[in-house]
Design a protein around this ligand. Structure first.
Ligand code: XMP
Length: 354
């Protein structure tokens, strides 16, 4: 029996003990609550405050003279939600003081996804490309560390640790269950990196459940909207675009999704819903605008309530909210002339469409 305050103190002490006075830690941040809480905890334990070099996340590189022991890395895979990379960058660097680099790898991801429609292939490509990009970034940090070690001064040591936001249910699952859901975690698998760079794992959340991580996040001053955020899959919008994934399709879905979530928040319904998102269908339907016919794509809206996502019920929105969302999406998102609402529960449907 322990309180969350005690947990923070105990965990920070433990991290400091295992890491010792030298040696760097790298960790991937997705913008979700687990990786953000893990990064903030690591920052509290061994971080030194980063000087914010600019307000745009693109192409910011940490100069060699400014050294940190903890390096958080976010990979922009081109299928994130609207402005997500920038928002996560601002929140971690400015609000939480965490040393986060955002790597814009969207061109690479989108080129590898070109023409791919099979969902499992999309997941594999995104998982593997994530590992490639993350390893490349880790190698850069290691090269800087080596450079510094040669200079002697101010050395923080080599990259020795990999931070992961693994929760207790993930620990259980990876021990006891190697079924289909193993693919869900594929994008987290940086096992090769562990071996090649001889990195040791640090998993500060491995004894916690999701609601405990949220409580921990609140204590660590992580902004409420992030702590309460709906889950977002690693393969991102790529599994919510049912046809080919292109920049144009991503943009359409980002706009529709952002209107949808904004209206849910405005209606005060966000916290009642376990997960809500828009899906872009690869079909065109006829519509009318002025006296002309249009022939454009269809958006499907999904919202579910669920305890553990093994089963889920579709959420019964007040009709006025759906009406507002539909009218905004069809008016504001060019390329969409029709919005439908998904009234399927899990089972037999799944939460995602792919
Ligand atoms: P399904 O569609 O299986 O979704 O009913 C259950 C939960 O899992 C999430 N999900 C994923 N998360 N990578 C992830 O990180 C994936 O490939 C993936 N597929 C589904 C889904 O968003 C829901 O919360």
């Amino acid at each position: 029996n322990w309180t969350m305050e005690e947990f923070i103190g105990k965990e920070i002490t433990r991290i400091r003990e295992i890491c010792g006075p030298k040696g760097r830690v790298i960790g991937a941040v997705s913008g979700g609550v687990d990786s953000t809480v893990a990064a903030k905890l690591m920052h509290e334990a061994i971080g030194d405050r980063k000087v914010v070099l600019g307000t745009k996340c693109r192409l910011i590189l940490t100069p060699i003279s400014q050294t940190y022991r903890f390096h958080a890395i976010m990979v922009d895979n081109g299928v994130l939600r609207m402005n997500e990379a920038q928002q996560v960058f601002d929140m971690l660097n400015k609000d939480l003081g965490v040393n986060l680099t955002v790597v814009d790898a969207s061109d690479l991801f989108l080129s590898r996804l070109d023409g791919v429609e099979d969902p499992e292939k999309k997941r594999k490509i995104i998982g593997n490309t994530f590992i490639n990009v993350f390893e490349e970034e880790a190698a850069k940090i290691e090269a800087e560390a080596e450079e510094e070690e040669k200079k002697g001064a101010e050395a923080k040591g080599r990259v020795e640790w990999l931070l992961q936001g693994t929760l207790y249910p993930d620990v259980i699952e990876s021990i006891s269950f190697k079924g289909p859901s193993a693919t869900i975690k594929t994008h987290h698998n940086v096992g090769g990196l562990l071996k090649d760079m001889k990195l040791k794992l640090i998993e500060p959340l491995r004894e916690l459940f999701k609601d405990e991580v949220r409580a921990l996040g609140r204590l660590l001053s992580i902004p409420a909207p992030l702590v309460q955020r709906h889950p977002f899959p690693g393969p991102g919008l790529a599994i919510r675009i049912l046809g080919p994934v292109t920049r144009d399709q991503v943009k359409i879905l980002q706009q529709a999704d952002s209107i949808y979530i904004e209206e849910i928040r405005k209606a005060g319904l966000y916290d009642q819903i376990s997960q809500a998102f828009a899906v872009l269908l690869p079909v065109k339907a006829v519509g009318v605008m002025g006296d002309a016919r249009t022939y454009e794509q269809v958006i499907a809206l999904r919202a579910v309530q669920s305890e553990d996502f093994m089963t889920a019920d579709w959420y019964a929105f007040p009709p006025a909210v759906l009406k507002r969302i539909s009218s905004r999406i069809t008016n504001e998102v060019s390329g969409i002339n029709r919005v439908t609402y998904d009234i399927s529960s899990k089972p037999p449907a799944t939460v995602e469409w792919l």
